[in-house]
Design a protein around this ligand. Structure first.
Ligand code: ADP
Length: 225
């Protein structure tokens, strides 16, 4: 569950308040695969056990008053390509955490959907990757925390499409929607999953050129150190 593997774990009880804040920050980035509510619950439980009452109350208040900024990056990601990755990295520079939400087409086989989510978990190590079926708004309502939706834009056509989608999302949502459009890098502006799926049908595996290799994201690593 909660990953507490750091050199300092033994001495958490002896840390000053500022050290404790820095420690919690590291824990947050080390535990990105956990859902945020579960992370909060587990880290609070741990701190309650090891800290003196006054320090624990201080830290608990900080965690409550300064919730992390969490975004959700939804998509079919069929397949997840380098253009998707570049948007994810840009979003991670803006938010404390980005949850990748893989939209599952109910008409596709469950095993295929599972494979896509599992595969993405392997590619995007250290991140929370979730699958969802049905409407994005219903999925967001299950998360129990404030989020911002991330969408990537390749061009003006994408913008027009995404604005229409946003209006539907607003109609369906019980609460205000936060949305962040991120323009893609020039080099990925022609990439699409549809084009790569078409390439997959032809022998030669040329589509692999556009797929990210399994990697550990430097962005998150830098935040830890
Ligand atoms: P959808 O969510 O419409 O099924 P995708 O899974 O292909 O579409 O894309 C998910 C998100 O990634 C969308 O916000 C889309 O605009 C964005 N995206 C798609 N292709 C690129 C690209 N080449 N560069 C940057 N962003 C992209």
């Amino acid at each position: 569950m909660l990953n507490l593997v750091t050199d300092e774990d033994k001495s958490v009880s002896l840390m000053s308040l500022s050290e404790l804040l820095a420690w919690e920050n590291r824990m947050f980035y080390l535990n990105q695969t956990l859902s945020y509510p579960l992370y909060l619950k587990e880290v609070t439980q741990y701190l309650r056990q090891v800290l003196a009452e006054d320090k624990f109350s201080f830290l608990e208040a900080c965690l409550k008053q300064r919730p992390r900024k969490i975004a959700v990056y939804p998509g079919s990601f069929d397949p997840f390509h380098k253009g998707h990755l570049s948007i994810l990295l840009k979003a991670e520079a803006l938010f404390d955490k980005v949850v990748i939400a893989v939209g599952i087409n109910p008409q596709k086989m469950a095993s295929e959907a599972d494979f896509r989510v599992q595969n993405l978990k392997e590619i995007l190590k250290d991140r929370e990757v979730l699958g969802y079926q049905g409407y994005l708004t219903d999925f967001l309502a299950t998360l129990q925390y404030e989020t911002t939706i991330i969408r990537g834009l390749r061009n003006g056509y994408d913008l027009e499409y995404e604005l229409n989608q946003l209006r539907f999302i607003e109609d369906m949502s019980q609460k205000d929607i936060n949305l962040c459009f991120i323009p893609c890098d020039r080099e990925f502006s022609y990439l699409s999953s549809t084009a790569l799926r078409n390439m997959q049908k032809i022998a030669g595996e040329k589509e692999k050129l556009y797929l990210p290799k399994s990697f550990r994201d430097k962005g998150i690593r830098e935040k830890i150190s």
